[in-house]
Design a protein around this ligand. Structure first.
Ligand code: ZN
Length: 479
């Protein structure tokens, strides 16, 4: 995969300067500036100039952005990438069916190469959809070999990743105490910069004695943040938030996932700590953690980020995350009004807000807002060009925020630049080996079907339907 070339014969080598010409730029800066017919220049991996008719270096690759939208790379703060080898297997699951399948029955069958396969496909899928930074909430790391396989996959793909280390097969106060974990962190992460970062991932569920304290202390020792599912109906709730808060383990670098079933007291504690919440609306809508929480989080000014959770159920593009979040939030606003016999005349949540959550929200939660999250001079160049001249959906662009949030799709992602390097161009992935991912995933699916046997495999995929409740209808249709 040497010397990648564009359709017009241009070199797409990493490190080459790039100038986007005549795009509509959603800066996502603090002023939410939208710039029309604007150029963006990238030199040495950094955005060096934004404006009309930029004088670019002679060797810069020129990309025609006319008819398209330039926006910052999107940031997903919670995706279980190892599960991508099981894409859509659990499309009809509830949360308890997921827990039984992965936590209790079959998750332990995943070998290091299976974690590699899922992570590789997920990493490619992310950058293809313009998700330039992904937090890999990796809770299948039963051994350090599994963890090395996860990182090997992430390092194969030229995206920005955070490995959030977890292990659902053991308690967090056990695995976090392993010397091997610290060795792994030093060996694979320490001093690696912003392309590959590290978090600790576990959930607080054990009760008032708070044994998870030990895992929080390990994270603090390593100088990394904690990413944790919270407010998950049936799994954990206000007690977990209170324990984290009372013991001083929630701060601006803590990411709380879902927070869908909590009291106002918990939301106030989260707000007071400045912690971010990762909202996975597609997940919350069908798995059952509680109502997607953005409508509630907004009331308390809690910082919001978006995530897709897992491809075992849902899509892995943040266009869908933005769209479903707008829908769920607005649905709740209408519902609350209707309960009072009122109608909504002005929507609270706007398209630009969900785009902000999909970009700046993530960069702030990850402590990377001085480097990525917006298109501003001086920031690292993580840029997405949404443009598709073949699509009847890409014109007219009269409302750019509305267009991105409600109209654009993965297939409209024309070019993706990450840390100044072209990863996708003219709708084609560059320097990325999909064949390798395909064969790795096929081998994992083959291994799992053989291991489970056909009956268990099919039963896992097709949970029984509950009996239908017949409603007695006094009216009859007579032919
Ligand atoms: Zn999750």
């Amino acid at each position: 995969m040497n010397n990648p070339i564009s359709a017009s014969g241009e070199s797409l080598d990493h490190g080459r300067s790039i100038v986007f010409r005549n795009g509509l730029v959603l800066t996502m800066d603090d002023a939410y500036r939208i710039l029309k017919q604007c150029d963006v220049l990238v030199v040495g991996g950094v955005i060096t100039e934004i404006g009309p008719n930029i004088q670019a270096p002679g060797d810069a690759l020129s990309i025609d952005a006319s008819g398209g939208i330039l926006m910052p790379g999107m940031i997903d703060t919670h995706r279980h990438m190892w599960q991508t080898a099981m894409r859509a297997y659990g499309a009809d699951w509830t949360l308890s069916q997921y827990f039984v399948w992965y936590y209790l029955e079959h998750g332990k069958n995943f070998r290091p190469q299976d974690v590699f396969a899922g992570n590789l496909l997920s990493a490619i899928e992310a950058v293809d959809a313009g998700v330039t930074t992904s937090v890999d909430w990796s809770h299948g790391l039963q051994t350090i070999d599994h963890a090395d396989a996860a990182v090997d996959a992430l390092e194969t793909v030229p995206g920005r990743f955070v490995l959030a280390f977890g292990n659902i097969q053991r308690a967090p106060w056990e695995w976090s105490a392993d010397k091997e974990l610290r060795d792994f962190f030093s060996r694979r992460f320490d001093g690696k910069g912003d392309m590959l970062k590290f978090q600790i991932a576990f959930d607080v569920v054990a009760g008032p004695e708070f044994p998870e304290r030990a895992a929080f202390e390990v994270a603090r020792d390593l100088g990394v943040s904690v990413n944790t599912h919270a407010g998950v109906l049936g799994a954990n709730g206000d007690d977990s938030i209170r324990l984290m808060h009372d013991n001083g383990f929630m701060g601006p670098d803590t990411i709380l996932v879902h927070c869908a079933t909590l009291s106002d007291d918990s939301y106030q504690r989260i707000a007071a700590c400045g912690s971010s919440v990762s909202v996975s609306t597609e997940s919350e809508q069908s798995a059952g953690q509680g109502y997607p929480s953005s409508w509630k989080l907004r009331q308390f000014d809690i910082p919001i980020t978006l995530s897709h959770d897992t491809s075992v159920w849902w899509s892995a593009d943040l266009f869908t995350a933005m769209r479903t979040t707008l829908g769920a939030d607005r649905s709740r606003q209408h519902f609350e009004a209707h309960l009072k016999g009122e109608t909504v005349t002005q929507l609270d949540l706007r398209s630009e807000h969900v785009i902000d959550w999909a970009t700046r929200g993530g960069s702030k939660a990850l402590g990377l807002d001085d480097k990525i999250g917006s298109l501003e001079v001086g920031k690292r160049a993580d840029i997405v060009l949404i443009k598709n001249d073949e699509s009847p959906v890409m014109f007219p662009i009269v409302n750019p925020y509305g267009h991105v949030a409600m109209q654009a799709q993965r297939a409209d992602v024309h070019t993706v630049v990450i840390d100044g390097n072209i990863v996708k161009h003219e709708h084609r992935l560059i320097n990325i080996d999909l064949t390798k991912a395909r064969s790795a995933v096929e081998s994992t699916v083959g291994f799992l079907t053989d291991t489970l046997g056909e009956e268990a495999w099919n039963a896992g995929m097709h949970p029984e339907l509950p009996p239908k409740h017949e409603i007695d209808n006094p009216y009859h249709y007579n032919k």
